[in-house]
Design a protein around this ligand. Structure first.
Ligand SMILES: Nc1ncnc2c1ncn2[C@@H]1O[C@H](COP(=O)(O)OP(=O)(O)O)[C@@H](O)[C@H]1O
Ligand SMILES: [Mg+2]
Length: 210
């Protein structure tokens, strides 16, 4: 039941307070920062640190993080290709709502399939609202970090369909990511400032007044 069609007899209701009104009140644009990468590459760490930095600058932020969402909204979905697609489809829809709310929302999901990420991108209201951040690190680095002990279990054959380890669970590297952070080569603070500079350069957030 992936990507189901909407029911019939529905009418979109236009609301009185627009995205532009909300963005004017917030002092910045709504946008999705879509972090993608292998497990252990640093998506949660960086999404949280960037959200913290943005919050300190007075921005409205929200982090949507993999396991947290799978415990609630997406409870019941597993890691088959179909369930992964449905997981990302729903997150894409939620991210779109946060953008419409004028919030800088940061999503931290492996999101291994290019097509699913492209679908999430296409839901956003206009170009520039979806900023794909490829959190790039090789499997060996991620496995040596193993923050949740998942690589150890996957390599021992206790977890099947583990992205980057199992032959049937590839990670499709982005071709069109707006930002690429190399977390095996750069520290967390370096990656955070790279992302913030890129957001300024793209006009997503205003530069800090000195
Ligand atoms: N430059 C970096 N960016 C992000 N995380 C890093 C970096 N360098 C080392 N790490 C470490 O890598 C681990 C990444 O874990 P996590 O953020 O949970 O990954 P993911 O959410 O992608 O599965 C953390 O222990 C973090 O401290
Ligand atoms: Mg994570």
């Amino acid at each position: 039941m992936t990507n189901p069609q909407p029911a019939e007899n529905l009418t979109w209701h236009k609301h009185k307070v627009s995205r532009g009104d909300r963005e004017a009140a917030n002092g910045h644009r709504g946008a999705t920062l879509w972090f993608t990468g292998l497990s252990g590459s640093g998506k949660s760490t960086l999404a949280n640190e960037v959200a913290f930095a943005l919050h300190q600058r007075g921005a409205r932020t929200y982090v949507l993080d993999g396991d947290n969402i799978r415990m609630g909204l997406n409870r019941g979905l597993g890691f088959s290709p179909e369930d992964r697609q449905e997981n990302i489809r729903r997150i894409g829809e939620v991210a779109k709502l946060f953008t419409d709310a004028g919030v800088l929302n940061l999503t931290a999901f492996v999101s291994p399939y290019r097509e699913d990420r492209a679908a999430a991108r296409s839901l956003q209201p206009e170009p520039g609202r979806f900023i794909e951040v490829w959190v790039k690190a090789d499997v060996a680095t991620c496995a040596s970090r193993d923050p949740k002990g998942l690589y150890r279990r996957a390599l021992a054959g206790e977890i099947t369909g583990f992205t980057g380890v199992s032959a049937d669970a590839p990670y499709e590297e982005p071709h069109d990511a707006e930002i690429v952070v190399e977390t095996a080569r750069h520290s967390v603070p370096e990656c955070v400032s790279q992302i913030l500079s890129e957001l300024e350069r793209r006009g997503v957030i205003p530069p800090v007044q000195s």
